[in-house]
Design a protein around this ligand. Structure first.
Ligand code: NAD
Length: 351
């Protein structure tokens, strides 16, 4: 197993590993970059098949958080924690507390929060051991609410750019993953008159959304093939890959999942196929914007107002990408890097 030469390593500042014998905690925290401020990023608990998969996820997700903060005009860096284990079987108070102590040991270099496999009550336990936990029940709570609102605004922006209007009445939207974000996104979309196609590996969740919002149920790994106007990946990453690219029917992709592109080149391939891609870390920044507001003075309206700016940010990215003939993913990366990349000493000398 390699780190420094791994394809997911991108000048990460710090990666740390923790094993706690008593609770069975096996966790990794990766800090990518702190140029703009302390690193923020959720904690994911997942039954990774291999330790290499867990390290790769921590590296990729923490890098994404740096870009997300930078493009969202926040003064934070990027970090992420992963806990190796099945949240349904392996989570315990002891394990969450041990994770909290791990976060505390970093002395504020990294703030944690919820991600897949973690809940607000879990974070409340983590916060018993650390001053650096966000998204708590006495504070901003579940970031999924703000994230789903941001994705809804992002879908509207993509509709505006692609079709010249943002009326979602009768628009067919395929949502993959009906968890914290996907379920609430369906609620917004249903209210706006969209026709929903949904899928979740947990059939209870898809049946619930079908019952409440009149959605059609699709097979989880085939939903990207649906005849839809918008495909919204809200489950896990790498859904846009060599195989799915050829099968995606929707002219717009906008969803909450992190790291949707399996490889950076897939952004160019989407552009070549005429698919408008809302870069994941731009459209799903609502949760980060919301939880980080707790570090300032928390006012819900201000936070949601900030989340709504995702609409204008995406329009700018779409317009710049079209004007320059580059992919939306490449333009978003450049805009983020303009904020957090410091010139190297060689560049400074040359300047
Ligand atoms: P969640 O765990 O609550 O929900 C994920 C859902 O996806 C679950 O219902 C799960 O059963 C389902 N799922 C997993 N694999 C699937 C598959 N192959 N096909 C269909 N469904 C599948 O997580 P969440 O908080 O809703 O987050 C969803 C995604 O958005 C994740 O990638 C997360 O990293 C990202 N994200 C979440 C937030 C947030 O505020 N929660 C913020 C930014 C990004």
């Amino acid at each position: 197993m390699t780190i420094f030469t791994s394809k997911d390593f991108d000048r990460h500042e710090f990666v740390t590993f923790k094993f706690d014998q008593e609770s069975g905690l096996k966790a990794i925290i990766a800090i990518h970059d702190r140029t703009l401020g302390p690193a923020i990023g959720g904690c994911r608990m997942w039954p990774y098949q291999t330790e290499a998969d867990a390290i790769s996820d921590a590296l990729r997700l923490s890098r994404g958080m740096t870009y997300k903060s930078a493009i969202s005009d926040l003064n934070y860096g990027g970090g992420k924690a992963v806990i190796i284990g099945d949240p349904k079987k392996d989570k315990s108070e002891k394990l969450l507390r041990a994770f909290g102590r791990m976060v505390q040991s970093l002395d504020g270099r990294y703030y944690t929060g919820e991600d897949v496999g973690m809940t607000v009550p879990d974070m409340d336990i983590v916060a018993q051991e650390t001053d650096y936990a966000l998204g708590l029940s006495g504070g901003t709570g579940d970031p999924g609410k703000a994230t789903s609102f941001g994705v809804f605004k992002g879908i509207q922006a993509a509709m505006r750019f692609k079709f010249g209007h943002e009326d979602l009445g009768g628009v067919r939207i395929a949502v993959q993953g009906l968890g914290n974000v996907g379920y609430r996104l369906c609620e917004y979309l249903h209210k706006a008159g969209a026709k929903l196609i949904v899928a979740d590996i947990d059939s209870v969740k898809s049946k619930r959304v079908a019952g409440e919002f009149g959605a059609t149920i699709a097979v989880p790994d085939e939903i990207h093939r649906s005849e839809a106007d918008v495909f919204s990946p809200c489950a896990l990453g790498s859904v846009i890959n060599d195989r799915s690219l050829r099968e995606i029917q929707a002219p717009i992709i906008a969803g909450s999942a992190n790291n949707q592109l399996a490889e950076p080149r897939h952004g160019d391939e989407l552009m070549a196929r005429g698919v408008l891609y809302a870069p994941d870390y731009v459209v799903n920044a609502g949760g980060l914007i919301d939880v980080s507001s707790a570090l300032n003075t928390y006012v819900l309206e201000d936070s949601l107002g900030h989340v709504a700016r995702i609409y204008g940010r995406l329009l700018e990215i779409f317009e710049r990408a079209a004007a320059e003939g580059r992919s939306t993913a490449a333009i978003a990366d450049r805009m983020a890097e303009e904020r957090f990349l410091r010139p190297s000493p060689i560049h400074s000398q040359a300047a």
